[in-house]
Design a protein around this ligand. Structure first.
Ligand SMILES: [Zn+2]
Length: 347
C-alpha cells in the first residue's frame, strides 16, 4: 500500500499584512479601515479577525482574511482535512464523526460539499502542467456505481510521462461511446497512438480515428498463458504459440493463420489461434511506432491504486458529484512527492 504524505493549510488569527495591490487601480498604499470578528468552523480556532483596508489612491475598501480563512464558514484546513479523509477511504458519515470528535462538528452534507470543492481543485491541479501535445496515451476503464447502476469511467494517461490527462464518464461501453470519448483527446492533444488492455471495443475505434494501437502485452500474455494451461495436449502447438507471443516476429500472424487449419479439432485452441492472428499487428505495434510502450502498466499503476478504493464507495448520487470524487481520489493517490492539500481549497 502506497504511503500518502501531505500537508494541510495553516490557519492564522489575523491577516499578516495589507493587500499588495488594489484590484481596481493598482495602487499599493492602504490605510486600515476597521476590523470585524468572524466566527469560523476550524480545528481549535473558532474566531478570527478580518481587517478592512482602504486604497489611498482610489478609496476602494478591501477585506483581508487571515491565512487559511476565506468567505467560507469552514477554515481551509478543515475543508482540506475532511476532503482528504474521505479520499483516503472514510465515508461522509465517518468524516463527520471524526471531525466532531476533534471538536469541530461537521455534518455529512458539509463533508460532501468539501469533497466537491476539492474535486474541482483536484482537476485543476491534475490538468496543470500537462503538455499541449501528447502523441502516445494509455487508456483504461473502471466500473463504478452511480445511483445503484453500473457506470463506466474512462481514464486517459500521458503514456510517456505517466500523468493523467482526464477522467470521463462513458455513457456507453460500445464503439460509439469509445469513439466519442477518445476523439476528444485526439482533437485536444493530437494523439497518434494508444495502448489499451486487451479489449475488443478499442479495435474499431482506433481504426476509425486513425490511431496506432498497441494492446497491453502483459495482459495478453497473462490471458494466453491461462488459456493454454487449460487446454489438454497439443504440446508442440502450445509451445509454438508461446514462442511466437514471446518473440513477436513480423510473420507471426500469418503463421498463426495457417496453424488454424491444424488445430480445428480443439475448438478452444482454434479460437485462441484465430484471435491472436487477428490482433497480431496490435501486439507488435510498439516495435515500429516510436514512444509506444508494450504494456499499459503506466495507466494501471496510476488508476490501480485508486480503483480499489472506488469499490469501497457505496455509490455516487450524481454524475458531477461522482466525477469530483473520482478526481479527488485520483489526485490523492497519484501524488508522489507529497500532497499540498491546501492547493485544492485555494480557488
Ligand atoms: Zn485603488
Amino acid at each position: 500500500m502506497p504511503r500518502i504524505r501531505f500537508t494541510l493549510p495553516e490557519v492564522k488569527q489575523r491577516p499578516d499584512a495589507p493587500p499588495s495591490t488594489c484590484p481596481r487601480c493598482g495602487g499599493v498604499t492602504f490605510h486600515k479601515h476597521g476590523q470585524v470578528e468572524k466566527a469560523i468552523k476550524g480545528l481549535y480556532i473558532s474566531r478570527v479577525t478580518v481587517v478592512r483596508y482602504r486604497c489611498v489612491a482610489c478609496g476602494r475598501t478591501l477585506r483581508r482574511y487571515p491565512e487559511g480563512v476565506d468567505r467560507h464558514i469552514q477554515s481551509k484546513r478543515l475543508r482540506a482535512l475532511s476532503a482528504l479523509s474521505w479520499a483516503l477511504g472514510l465515508s461522509h458519515r465517518s468524516v463527520s464523526n471524526l471531525l466532531t470528535a476533534l471538536g469541530s462538528a461537521l455534518s455529512r452534507m458539509s463533508s460532501w460539499r468539501d469533497v466537491q470543492e476539492a474535486g474541482v481543485g483536484a482537476m485543476r491541479a491534475l490538468s496543470g502542467g500537462l503538455r499541449a501535445r501528447v502523441e502516445v496515451v494509455g487508456a483504461d476503464e473502471a466500473v463504478v456505481k452511480l445511483k445503484g447502476e453500473k457506470a463506466v469511467v474512462g481514464f486517459v494517461m500521458d503514456a510517456e510521462r505517466g500523468r493523467l490527462l482526464g477522467i470521463d464518464l462513458l455513457v456507453e461501453r460500445d464503439r460509439a461511446g469509445f469513439t466519442e470519448w477518445l476523439s476528444g483527446y485526439v482533437d485536444k492533444f493530437g494523439v497518434k497512438a494508444i495502448v489499451s488492455d486487451d479489449l475488443n471495443t478499442y479495435k474499431p475505434v482506433v481504426e476509425e480515428l486513425g490511431l496506432e494501437h498497441q494492446i497491453c502485452l502483459a495482459h495478453v500474455r497473462k490471458n494466453v498463458r491461462r488459456r493454454l494451461n487449460e487446454i489438454e495436449g497439443w504440446d508442440w502447438h502450445k509451445a509454438r504459440i508461446w514462442l511466437l507471443l514471446s518473440e513477436l516476429p513480423e510473420g507471426g500472424g500469418a503463421e498463426l493463420m495457417s496453424m488454424e487449419r491444424n488445430v480445428r479439432e480443439d475448438a478452444e485452441l482454434r479460437r485462441l489461434v484465430v484471435e491472436l492472428s487477428d490482433k497480431w499487428r496490435s501486439l507488435r505495434r510498439h516495435k515500429s511506432a516510436r514512444g509506444l510502450p508494450e504494456t499499459n502498466n503506466c495507466t494501471e499503476r496510476m488508476i490501480g491504486r485508486s480503483k480499489i478504493r472506488y469499490k469501497t464507495v457505496r455509490g455516487y448520487k450524481s454524475i458531477e458529484g461522482m466525477m469530483n470524487g473520482l478526481r479527488l481520489r485520483q489526485w490523492v493517490w497519484s501524488g508522489e512527492d507529497g500532497l499540498c492539500v491546501g492547493e485544492l481549497v485555494n480557488a
